[in-house]
Design a binder for this molecule. Structure first.
Ligand code: GUN
Length: 281
Protein backbone atom coordinates (compact mmCIF):
# COMPACT_ATOMS: atom_id res chain seq x y z
CA UNK A 1 0.00 0.00 0.00
CA UNK A 2 1.14 3.51 -0.77
CA UNK A 3 0.38 5.98 2.04
CA UNK A 4 -0.91 9.00 0.16
CA UNK A 5 0.10 11.98 2.30
CA UNK A 6 -0.97 14.44 -0.35
CA UNK A 7 -4.55 13.18 -0.43
CA UNK A 8 -4.72 12.88 3.36
CA UNK A 9 -3.39 16.42 3.80
CA UNK A 10 -6.10 17.75 1.42
CA UNK A 11 -8.74 16.03 3.54
CA UNK A 12 -7.29 17.36 6.80
CA UNK A 13 -7.05 20.89 5.42
CA UNK A 14 -10.70 20.80 4.29
CA UNK A 15 -11.80 19.67 7.76
CA UNK A 16 -9.59 22.28 9.41
CA UNK A 17 -11.07 25.04 7.23
CA UNK A 18 -14.55 24.10 8.47
CA UNK A 19 -13.39 24.01 12.09
CA UNK A 20 -11.81 27.46 11.77
CA UNK A 21 -15.00 28.88 10.26
CA UNK A 22 -17.13 27.31 12.99
CA UNK A 23 -14.86 28.62 15.74
CA UNK A 24 -15.28 32.21 14.59
CA UNK A 25 -11.56 32.78 15.17
CA UNK A 26 -9.07 34.33 12.81
CA UNK A 27 -5.76 32.54 13.43
CA UNK A 28 -2.64 34.26 12.11
CA UNK A 29 0.76 32.73 11.44
CA UNK A 30 3.93 34.81 11.34
CA UNK A 31 6.91 33.34 9.54
CA UNK A 32 10.44 34.64 10.00
CA UNK A 33 13.00 33.90 7.33
CA UNK A 34 16.62 35.01 7.45
CA UNK A 35 18.64 35.11 4.23
CA UNK A 36 17.63 34.09 0.74
CA UNK A 37 18.10 30.33 0.55
CA UNK A 38 15.81 29.33 -2.35
CA UNK A 39 14.72 26.06 -0.67
CA UNK A 40 13.72 27.80 2.57
CA UNK A 41 11.90 30.51 0.62
CA UNK A 42 9.95 27.88 -1.29
CA UNK A 43 8.91 26.11 1.94
CA UNK A 44 7.79 29.37 3.50
CA UNK A 45 5.77 30.25 0.37
CA UNK A 46 4.06 26.83 0.58
CA UNK A 47 3.19 27.49 4.23
CA UNK A 48 1.66 30.88 3.38
CA UNK A 49 -0.34 29.30 0.55
CA UNK A 50 -1.70 26.63 2.92
CA UNK A 51 -2.70 29.39 5.37
CA UNK A 52 -4.68 31.13 2.67
CA UNK A 53 -6.45 27.93 1.78
CA UNK A 54 -7.77 27.22 5.27
CA UNK A 55 -8.57 30.76 6.40
CA UNK A 56 -5.47 31.47 8.45
CA UNK A 57 -3.96 34.92 8.03
CA UNK A 58 -0.24 35.08 7.52
CA UNK A 59 2.53 37.61 7.61
CA UNK A 60 6.13 37.09 6.58
CA UNK A 61 9.11 38.77 8.20
CA UNK A 62 12.13 38.69 5.90
CA UNK A 63 15.56 39.59 7.21
CA UNK A 64 18.87 39.75 5.31
CA UNK A 65 21.44 36.98 5.84
CA UNK A 66 23.84 39.33 7.66
CA UNK A 67 21.51 40.40 10.50
CA UNK A 68 22.59 39.96 14.09
CA UNK A 69 21.02 37.54 16.54
CA UNK A 70 19.74 40.60 18.46
CA UNK A 71 17.74 41.79 15.44
CA UNK A 72 16.13 38.37 15.02
CA UNK A 73 15.34 38.29 18.75
CA UNK A 74 13.75 41.76 18.56
CA UNK A 75 11.47 40.59 15.77
CA UNK A 76 10.50 37.44 17.68
CA UNK A 77 9.75 39.49 20.80
CA UNK A 78 7.58 41.87 18.77
CA UNK A 79 5.60 38.91 17.38
CA UNK A 80 5.31 37.33 20.85
CA UNK A 81 3.73 40.53 22.11
CA UNK A 82 1.42 41.06 19.13
CA UNK A 83 -2.06 39.88 20.25
CA UNK A 84 -3.11 39.43 16.62
CA UNK A 85 -0.43 36.79 15.94
CA UNK A 86 -1.35 33.27 17.07
CA UNK A 87 1.65 31.29 15.84
CA UNK A 88 5.31 32.02 15.07
CA UNK A 89 7.55 29.94 12.84
CA UNK A 90 11.23 30.75 12.40
CA UNK A 91 12.35 28.94 9.28
CA UNK A 92 15.44 26.80 9.88
CA UNK A 93 18.30 26.53 9.28
CA UNK A 94 19.32 30.04 10.27
CA UNK A 95 22.54 31.39 8.75
CA UNK A 96 25.80 30.51 10.51
CA UNK A 97 26.57 33.07 13.18
CA UNK A 98 22.97 33.35 14.41
CA UNK A 99 22.28 31.74 17.78
CA UNK A 100 19.64 29.23 16.64
CA UNK A 101 18.95 27.82 20.13
CA UNK A 102 18.58 31.35 21.53
CA UNK A 103 16.08 32.23 18.80
CA UNK A 104 14.06 29.02 19.31
CA UNK A 105 13.95 29.66 23.06
CA UNK A 106 12.83 33.26 22.50
CA UNK A 107 9.60 32.16 20.79
CA UNK A 108 6.78 32.17 23.31
CA UNK A 109 5.91 28.49 24.05
CA UNK A 110 2.21 29.44 23.58
CA UNK A 111 2.94 30.54 19.99
CA UNK A 112 5.54 27.88 19.16
CA UNK A 113 3.66 26.13 16.35
CA UNK A 114 6.88 24.33 15.31
CA UNK A 115 7.02 22.66 18.73
CA UNK A 116 10.80 23.17 18.97
CA UNK A 117 10.84 25.19 22.22
CA UNK A 118 12.34 23.16 25.10
CA UNK A 119 9.09 23.61 27.08
CA UNK A 120 7.07 22.00 24.29
CA UNK A 121 9.64 19.28 23.70
CA UNK A 122 9.66 18.67 27.47
CA UNK A 123 5.87 18.39 27.53
CA UNK A 124 6.03 15.93 24.65
CA UNK A 125 8.69 13.81 26.34
CA UNK A 126 6.80 13.79 29.62
CA UNK A 127 3.77 12.40 27.81
CA UNK A 128 1.69 15.63 27.91
CA UNK A 129 2.16 17.11 24.44
CA UNK A 130 0.85 20.55 23.51
CA UNK A 131 2.58 21.68 20.30
CA UNK A 132 4.14 18.73 18.54
CA UNK A 133 6.80 19.23 15.82
CA UNK A 134 4.99 19.17 12.49
CA UNK A 135 6.80 16.37 10.65
CA UNK A 136 6.49 13.69 13.35
CA UNK A 137 3.00 14.98 14.20
CA UNK A 138 1.99 14.52 10.56
CA UNK A 139 3.45 11.01 10.55
CA UNK A 140 1.34 10.04 13.58
CA UNK A 141 -1.71 11.31 11.70
CA UNK A 142 -0.80 9.15 8.68
CA UNK A 143 -0.47 6.08 10.93
CA UNK A 144 -3.77 6.68 12.73
CA UNK A 145 -5.77 7.68 9.64
CA UNK A 146 -4.62 4.55 7.80
CA UNK A 147 -5.51 2.46 10.84
CA UNK A 148 -2.02 1.33 11.88
CA UNK A 149 -1.95 0.72 15.63
CA UNK A 150 1.29 1.54 17.47
CA UNK A 151 0.51 -0.22 20.75
CA UNK A 152 2.97 -3.05 21.39
CA UNK A 153 4.66 -2.58 18.00
CA UNK A 154 8.40 -2.39 17.58
CA UNK A 155 9.21 1.04 16.14
CA UNK A 156 12.67 2.02 14.89
CA UNK A 157 13.49 5.66 14.17
CA UNK A 158 16.66 6.29 12.19
CA UNK A 159 17.93 9.81 12.95
CA UNK A 160 18.08 11.76 16.22
CA UNK A 161 17.41 15.37 15.20
CA UNK A 162 15.39 17.75 17.38
CA UNK A 163 12.86 18.40 14.61
CA UNK A 164 12.21 14.79 13.53
CA UNK A 165 13.98 11.81 15.15
CA UNK A 166 13.68 12.67 18.84
CA UNK A 167 10.08 13.94 18.83
CA UNK A 168 9.10 11.05 16.53
CA UNK A 169 10.44 8.57 19.10
CA UNK A 170 8.56 10.37 21.91
CA UNK A 171 5.28 10.30 19.97
CA UNK A 172 5.64 6.60 19.18
CA UNK A 173 6.47 5.91 22.83
CA UNK A 174 3.42 7.93 23.94
CA UNK A 175 1.41 5.71 21.60
CA UNK A 176 2.72 2.61 23.43
CA UNK A 177 5.20 1.39 20.83
CA UNK A 178 8.54 -0.11 21.89
CA UNK A 179 10.96 2.41 20.43
CA UNK A 180 14.59 2.30 19.32
CA UNK A 181 16.41 5.39 18.07
CA UNK A 182 19.27 4.67 15.67
CA UNK A 183 21.93 7.13 14.50
CA UNK A 184 25.32 7.36 12.85
CA UNK A 185 27.06 5.47 15.68
CA UNK A 186 24.54 2.63 15.92
CA UNK A 187 26.07 -0.84 15.59
CA UNK A 188 24.34 -3.36 13.30
CA UNK A 189 22.02 -0.70 11.91
CA UNK A 190 20.53 -2.99 9.26
CA UNK A 191 19.62 -5.60 11.93
CA UNK A 192 17.95 -2.92 14.07
CA UNK A 193 15.98 -1.68 11.09
CA UNK A 194 14.97 -5.17 10.12
CA UNK A 195 13.40 -5.69 13.55
CA UNK A 196 10.94 -2.82 12.98
CA UNK A 197 7.19 -3.17 12.56
CA UNK A 198 7.19 0.61 12.04
CA UNK A 199 10.34 2.02 10.44
CA UNK A 200 10.86 5.78 10.20
CA UNK A 201 13.86 6.96 8.21
CA UNK A 202 15.12 10.52 8.67
CA UNK A 203 18.66 10.05 7.45
CA UNK A 204 18.95 12.31 4.41
CA UNK A 205 20.64 9.83 2.07
CA UNK A 206 19.14 8.91 -1.28
CA UNK A 207 17.63 5.38 -1.33
CA UNK A 208 19.59 4.41 1.80
CA UNK A 209 16.89 2.00 3.02
CA UNK A 210 16.97 -1.08 0.81
CA UNK A 211 14.50 -3.98 0.80
CA UNK A 212 16.87 -6.27 2.76
CA UNK A 213 16.71 -3.82 5.71
CA UNK A 214 12.92 -4.02 5.91
CA UNK A 215 10.86 -6.67 7.67
CA UNK A 216 8.02 -8.31 5.74
CA UNK A 217 4.82 -6.32 6.23
CA UNK A 218 6.51 -3.42 8.01
CA UNK A 219 5.11 0.11 7.74
CA UNK A 220 7.84 2.31 6.29
CA UNK A 221 7.82 6.08 6.68
CA UNK A 222 10.24 8.08 4.54
CA UNK A 223 11.17 11.55 5.83
CA UNK A 224 14.06 12.05 3.39
CA UNK A 225 14.12 14.75 0.73
CA UNK A 226 17.17 13.96 -1.39
CA UNK A 227 18.40 14.21 -4.94
CA UNK A 228 20.05 11.19 -6.57
CA UNK A 229 23.09 11.27 -8.89
CA UNK A 230 20.81 12.09 -11.83
CA UNK A 231 19.32 15.03 -9.92
CA UNK A 232 15.99 13.27 -9.38
CA UNK A 233 14.05 13.98 -6.17
CA UNK A 234 13.88 10.88 -3.96
CA UNK A 235 13.51 9.84 -0.35
CA UNK A 236 15.68 7.78 2.01
CA UNK A 237 13.87 4.64 0.92
CA UNK A 238 14.45 2.60 -2.22
CA UNK A 239 10.74 2.88 -2.89
CA UNK A 240 10.35 0.52 -5.87
CA UNK A 241 12.03 -2.38 -4.04
CA UNK A 242 10.61 -1.72 -0.56
CA UNK A 243 7.00 -1.26 -1.71
CA UNK A 244 6.81 -4.92 -2.74
CA UNK A 245 7.96 -6.12 0.70
CA UNK A 246 6.43 -3.68 3.18
CA UNK A 247 2.77 -3.49 4.15
CA UNK A 248 2.82 0.23 3.42
CA UNK A 249 5.27 2.97 2.40
CA UNK A 250 5.10 6.75 2.11
CA UNK A 251 6.25 8.04 -1.29
CA UNK A 252 8.56 11.02 -1.89
CA UNK A 253 7.17 13.40 -2.97
CA UNK A 254 3.56 13.16 -1.80
CA UNK A 255 4.04 11.38 1.52
CA UNK A 256 5.28 13.04 4.69
CA UNK A 257 5.91 16.53 3.19
CA UNK A 258 2.28 17.60 2.67
CA UNK A 259 1.35 16.27 6.11
CA UNK A 260 4.03 18.46 7.71
CA UNK A 261 2.31 21.55 6.34
CA UNK A 262 -1.18 20.30 7.28
CA UNK A 263 0.05 19.76 10.85
CA UNK A 264 1.50 23.26 10.95
CA UNK A 265 -1.94 24.60 10.04
CA UNK A 266 -3.55 22.47 12.77
CA UNK A 267 -0.99 23.70 15.30
CA UNK A 268 -1.68 27.31 14.31
CA UNK A 269 -5.41 26.84 14.88
CA UNK A 270 -4.63 25.27 18.25
CA UNK A 271 -2.46 28.30 19.12
CA UNK A 272 -5.34 30.65 18.17
CA UNK A 273 -7.73 28.76 20.46
CA UNK A 274 -5.17 28.85 23.25
CA UNK A 275 -4.78 32.61 22.81
CA UNK A 276 -8.57 33.07 22.72
CA UNK A 277 -8.75 31.31 26.10
CA UNK A 278 -6.06 33.57 27.53
CA UNK A 279 -6.71 36.96 25.95
CA UNK A 280 -4.00 39.54 26.30
CA UNK A 281 -6.35 42.43 25.55
N1 GUN B 1 13.20 23.73 8.03
C1 GUN B 1 12.96 22.49 7.57
N2 GUN B 1 11.86 21.97 8.18
C2 GUN B 1 11.40 22.90 9.03
C3 GUN B 1 10.30 22.96 9.93
O1 GUN B 1 9.49 22.04 10.09
N3 GUN B 1 10.17 24.11 10.62
C4 GUN B 1 11.03 25.14 10.48
N4 GUN B 1 10.84 26.21 11.22
N5 GUN B 1 12.06 25.13 9.68
C5 GUN B 1 12.24 24.02 8.94
Amino acid sequence: MILDGKKLSEKRLEILKEHIEEAGLYPRLATVIVGDDPGSRMYVRMKHRACERVGIGSIGVELPADVTTETVLEQVTRLNEDPFISGILVQLPLPAGIDTEGVIEAVSPEKDVDGFHPVNLGNLFSGRPRFVPCTPGGIMTILSEYGFECEGKRAVVVGRSIDVGRPMAALLLNADATVTICHSKTKNLADEMKSADILVSAVGRARFVTADMVKDNAVVIDVGINYDAEGKLCGDVDFDAVVTKAAAVTPVPGGVGPMTIATLMENTFRAARLLACNPVL
